[in-house]
Design a protein around this ligand. Structure first.
Ligand SMILES: O=C(O)c1cc(=O)[nH]c(=O)n1[C@@H]1O[C@H](COP(=O)(O)O)[C@@H](O)[C@H]1O
Length: 280
């Protein structure tokens, strides 16, 4: 645990300011969609993600590799190499490992070790379903960020997240937001995931959590409305901060040709500009 490095929250604030962007590029490298021009390379997943990272690094406030896309291919070494490349070349851009883990404390210790020590991520996504003792092991890494699922972007998220607490009448996702903003966040390391597909709920979460960082996936391939998302998640007096707005597939697969990285850059730039325009 390195206590001298800036915390995830400090890194994020610096990146929002210096990069002038709330865009996060997500790495979900589907082997079926990796451009043919990379076939035959010894590490095609790494090469694909690296090319897109290098083409978009000046446009983002964060990068978010999704661990399943690497693990399903036995490509953990390529994930490690990618994160190491990102941290070496772009140390000012925080890397969020999207793992959505959740387990009892003794196991969570190992998931935390995996995210922060094996891969060197700056933050990790976690599932809060098993409660605080499943999150606490991550918080022992005092400089790292822990981003808790709250109101996810998928339609099935409503199955459980909309269940009402019988004593408060509040839906579960708002109970998660309240816990995350109060009891669980003594160390200031937490953020929340809220989907761009549900701007009304983003606004409710923002009202409860003050200026806590929100990771917002769901623009791009999932069709979330950029203007509505930015309006709902903005912090009064601090426009252009507070949100890490992720797009993965719309950027990664902008072209399947040899120009894939330039095409990804174009979409990332348009998306960054649309986010900034909506924040004015
Ligand atoms: O935690 C996430 O990043 C996440 C939460 C959520 O509610 N919805 C969601 O789509 N994601 C992730 O965001 C990425 C999908 O981004 P798109 O390809 O832009 O739709 C995938 O890595 C998902 O796992």
């Amino acid at each position: 645990m390195n206590t001298k490095s800036p915390s995830f929250t400090q890194q994020l604030h610096a990146a929002w300011a210096s990069q002038g962007s709330m865009l996060c590029v997500g790495f979900d490298p589907d082997p079926k969609r990796i451009p043919a021009s990379l076939a035959g390379k010894p590490e095609p997943i790494f090469e694909f993600c690296k090319a897109i990272a290098d083409a978009t690094a000046d446009l983002v406030c964060a990068f978010k590799p999704q661990i399943a896309y690497f693990a399903s291919q036995g490509a953990e070494t390529q994930l490690k190499k990618l994160i190491s490349h990102l941290k070496t070349q772009y140390p000012y851009i925080p890397v969020i490992l999207d793992a959505k883990r959740g387990d009892i404390g003794s196991t969570a210790e190992h998931y935390a070790m995996e995210a922060f020590e094996r891969y060197g991520a700056d933050a990790v996504t976690v599932n809060p379903y098993m409660g605080f003792d499943s999150i606490e092991p991550y918080l022992r890494y005092s400089q790292k960020g822990v981003i808790v699922l709250c109101r996810t972007s998928n339609p099935g998220g409503s199955d459980l997240q909309f269940l009402k607490n019988s004593s408060t009448g509040e839906p579960l996702y708002l109970e998660v937001a309240k816990l995350a903003a109060s009891k669980w966040n003594a160390s200031g390391q937490l953020g929340l995931v809220v989907g761009a597909t549900f701007p009304e709920e983003i606004a409710k979460v923002r009202n409860l959590v003050g200026d806590m960082p929100l990771l917002i996936p769901g623009i791009g391939a999932q069709g979330g409305d950029i203007a509505a998302t930015v309006k709902a998640g903005s912090i009064a007096q601090k426009l252009g901060t507070g949100m890490i707005i992720n797009s993965s597939r719309a950027i990664l697969y902008a072209s399947s040709g040899e120009d894939f990285a330039q095409a990804a850059r174009k979409v990332a730039q348009t998306t960054r500009d649309a986010l900034n325009a909506a924040a004015k």
